[in-house]
Design a binder for this molecule. Structure first.
Ligand code: AMP
Length: 370
């Protein structure tokens, strides 16, 4: 099976690494001109001249990047099976569509308003009450295209700074922690759920994910499973889907956003789960049985961002698994991640701190259950 992947970054690289044991081959289509997968057959197509050649090579198509023109994915669907479908992309690349779907399925979200003018933004800020977070409806990721507004007088400046025709304005959630749920749905509708992860972001960028959680009530996992199952079934989804949530002090969950793909907060599963999110995505899209999503041990994923540190020192830590993306160093760039495992959460946190001390730009790890 030759799998066509739209996008050619580290997520595509890790899909390929999971797919070679299944005798999959990979052809990546990169529309940015800056592929970094470093593995498989990469076709650079910045002017849509190579799409036909790409489609001739592949049996089915998936993606590792959702900010693609929906019309491109729809055109591909006419020729080859695409999993997940263009409908999943259409919804997930637009925060307004996403929130409307959450509302329709009864999945709670922060209170929000849509605005298309600086005056409307100011009115929404007054209505929701400060602080609020304003986000561009499309094209934002890793905290880009966002502003926290602490006074209605700041609305005009935020509108100028974000510089986008439509924004979503959300009440600022005083959350206990950020969590995510990852699930996979097969072509036959079978669904498997990973244990939820706690995610620490700094400046909108994920730094640490830990799973499973020592203090997560079974009922909270079940609630999250129910939310993501509703999304998977509604979209007739095939593959891995990620839902990011805020957990509040009373245990309740508010949906933040979803990603129609394998996700950074699921990288722990490569070493920490019986079957990784990457392998399960490939199983799902090929109509193969899904693998066990159970965690083997408490696991923490540490993102390596900006500068790499000394790989040999990281590898000397016990039960540490370094996954480098073969990229050059640049401020803010995701270069690698480390998966650390330990028999207890206490021992794990010690290893995480030891690992963070070896990474030049790592913020201090902080988890809600410490
Ligand atoms: P997003 O791009 O929507 O995932 O936002 C990036 C980060 O900003 C999130 O991971 C949160 O840390 C923070 N954030 C986003 N929306 C809110 C909100 N409504 N309330 C509080 N923090 C938020």
């Amino acid at each position: 099976m030759n799998i066509g992947v739209l996008g050619a970054g580290q997520l595509g690289r890790m899909l390929a690494l999971a797919g070679y044991p299944l005798a999959n081959r990979f052809t990546f289509l990169d529309t940015t001109g800056h592929p970094s997968a470093g593995i498989g057959d990469v076709m650079i197509d910045t002017d849509r001249k190579h799409l036909e050649a790409f489609l001739e090579k592949v049996d089915l198509v998936t993606y590792e990047f959702e900010h693609l023109p929906v019309s491109l994915v729809q055109a591909i669907e006419e020729v080859k099976p695409v999993y997940p479908s263009s409908e999943a992309i259409r919804v997930c690349q637009n925060r307004a569509e996403e929130k409307a779907l959450f509302d329709r399925l009864g999945i709670p979200t922060p209170a929000y308003r849509l605005v298309a003018h600086a005056d409307e933004l100011e009115a929404a800020v007054r209505e929701l009450g400060c602080p609020v977070v304003a986000k561009s409806v499309t094209e934002g990721y890793d905290g880009k295209g966002q502003a926290v507004i602490r006074d209605p007088a700041e609305a005009a400046e935020a509108w100028r700074a974000i510089n986008h025709p439509q924004l979503i304005v959300e009440a600022f959630v005083d959350f206990e922690r950020e969590v995510s749920i990852i699930a996979v749905r097969g072509r036959d509708g079978e669904v498997a759920f990973y244990p939820m992860a706690e995610n620490q972001h700094v400046d909108g960028i994920l730094r640490y994910s830990i799973a499973p959680l020592p203090d997560l009530a079974e009922s909270v996992q079940q609630t999250a499973d129910g939310y993501i199952r509703a999304l998977l079934d509604e979209l007739d989804y095939v593959g891995v889907l990620t839902l990011e949530l805020f957990q509040c002090a009373d245990g309740s969950l508010l949906a933040n956003e979803m990603a129609p793909r394998v996700h950074n907060s699921g990288h722990w599963s490569i070493d920490g789960a019986v079957t990784s999110q990457f392998e399960n995505h490939l199983r799902a899209i090929q109509g193969l049985p899904l693998g066990d999503t159970t965690a083997r041990m408490p696991t923490c994923m540490v993102n390596v961002i900006g500068r790499e540190g000394e790989p040999a020192a990281i590898l000397a830590l016990p039960d540490a698994h370094l996954h480098r993306y073969d990229k050059s160093e640049r401020a803010g760039r995701k270069l690698a991640h480390v998966n650390l495992l330990a028999p207890t959460h206490e021992a794990l946190l010690e290893r995480v701190r030891a690992c963070a001390a070896l990474l030049p730009d790592a913020p201090a790890p902080r988890f809600s259950f410490e």
